[in-house]
Structure formats: structure tokens, C-alpha cells
Design a protein around this ligand. Structure first.
Ligand code: PLP
Length: 226
């Protein structure tokens, strides 16, 4: 199926979810996660009107960046090894996976003097397999980020547990939103923290109902093998 058709379908769902929650659908940024697909398919997504692409490995990002360059805004959404920061720092608009001070230190050093937009990854569901800070750790961590002058904490990111249980998913997203509100209430200049990056192919509607401002959609938008 063409990306354009899938996008049309997803936009309908975004509108429905936004309407339910009394939100403006324009406030939900769609990030097409292209980690499973070819550069051609990623390019098709851009032609269909997508502006934001997400990759979870530096190799994948660099391969597509060589062809697509700065046409899309790039989002780094995967676990980021400290030694890989230098490969992607000048190419990405957002890093969604800030989860430790050593990584913050490296991003800060390599930032080429400009502010790097970061999201702090929180493991709300506390699944062993997922990276990110616990909700309890997150606030203390964010306060410490104030010592890195080139890091801007634009928001929070989470991956929901792997389940179809709507209540579990909703509760996870809601907890992230509450945490975001707590951070905002601190009024930290380096942490405007307005973004909530949450929701993937199977749960983005619920995430939007709970306040997502960025949804990261792979399978349902570009497929797994385009
Ligand atoms: C792969 C991936 C996605 C997209 O997953 P789909 O289920 O294919 O939509 C979103 N976020 C992260 C962090 C990912 O690694």
C-alpha cells in the first residue's frame, strides 16, 4: 500500500482521537519511523507530506541521510551509545532517548555550540527490556541537566509495554503526561518540557487522547519491508 494512503488513514485516526480529547490535531506531530524500510520508501513518505523521520540506529540514519539530507527533520529515537553521538549530532533535530548523565555530557560537548533538543526517556512501565529512567528518577535527573548549557529538555518520551490492554496503555501515557506537567511546573529555563513523545502503530490513538504531541509510527505508516 502507498504511504500516502496509509497516511490518510492515520490522519483520520489522529483527528478522531484529538476530537475525543478536545485537542487540536495540528498539535500532533507524526514521525514516520523508517528503521524497517528502504531509503526509497522513506522518500515516498516525504512525498506524501511527512516532514519528520525517525531512526533508532546511527547506521540507518546515516544511510538515509546521505540521500535525503536535511529534507526531513530527523529524530533519533533509539538507545544512543555515547561513542555514536558524534555521528548524528549535526544531523538530528531531536534526540528522544536521553537517559543518563554521561550521554548528556557527550551531547553537550559535541553540540557545536548550538542547543540540542532532547527528550528524556522514561520507562514508565518499568519493563526490564526497556531503557529509560523510572518516573521517580526522572525529575532529579532533569534538574541535573541544567549544568549542560547546550541541552534543552524539550519533553519526555516513553515506550508503552507490549500489550493490547487499553487500560494499561492509557495509564502509562497518563503517567508520562503527569510527569511532564510536574517538570513544567518547576519552570526551569533549560527544560520547557512541552513535548510528549508517545504512541506507536498499535497505540497512537490512546496516546493522543492522553496528550501525545509526537507519535512515532513505523509499521502502520511505512510498513515493515517497503
Ligand atoms: C520501532 C520504533 C517505533 C515504531 O514502531 P511501530 O510499532 O512499527 O510503529 C517507535 N518508537 C521506537 C522507539 C521504536 O524503536
Amino acid at each position: 500500500m502507498r504511504v500516502a494512503d496509509k497516511l490518510e488513514d492515520i490522519k483520520k485516526q489522529i483527528n478522531e482521537a484529538s476530537l475525543k480529547a478536545n485537542r487540536n490535531p495540528d498539535k500532533v506531530k507524526v514521525i514516520a519511523v523508517t528503521k524497517y524500510v528502504s531509503t526509497e520508501r522513506a522518500s515516498e513518505a516525504l512525498e506524501a507530506g511527512i516532514d519528520n523521520l525517525g531512526e533508532n540506529r546511527d547506521e540507518g540514519l546515516l544511510e538515509k541521510w546521505k540521500v535525503l539530507g536535511d529534507k526531513p527533520k530527523w529524530h533519533f529515537i533509539g538507545t544512543l551509545q555515547t561513542r555514536k553521538v558524534k555521528n548524528i549530532i549535526d544531523k538530528v533535530e531531536y534526540i528522544h532517548s536521553l537517559d543518563r548523565l554521561s550521554l548528556a555530557d557527550e551531547i553537550n560537548k559535541r553540540s557545536l555550540g548550538k542547543k540540542v533538543k532532547c527528550l528524556v526517556q522514561v520507562n514508565v512501565s518499568q519493563e526490564e527490556s526497556k531503557h529509560g529512567l523510572t518516573a521517580e528518577e526522572a525529575i532529579g535527573f532533569i534538574k541535573q541537566l541544567g549544568s549542560f548549557e547546550n541541552i534543552s529538555v524539550e519533553g519526555l518520551m516513553t515506550m508503552a509495554p507490549f500489550t493490547n490492554d487499553e487500560e494499561i496503555l492509557r495509564s502509562c501515557f497518563r503517567q508520562l503526561r503527569k510527569l511532564r506537567d510536574q517538570v513544567q511546573a518547576l519552570n526551569l529555563v533549560f527544560a520547557p518540557c512541552s513535548e510528549l513523545s508517545m504512541g506507536m502503530s498499535n497505540d497512537f490513538s490512546i496516546a493522543i487522547e492522553e496528550g501525545a504531541t509526537m507519535v512515532r509510527i513505523g509499521t502502520a505508516l511505512v510498513g515493515e519491508d517497503g
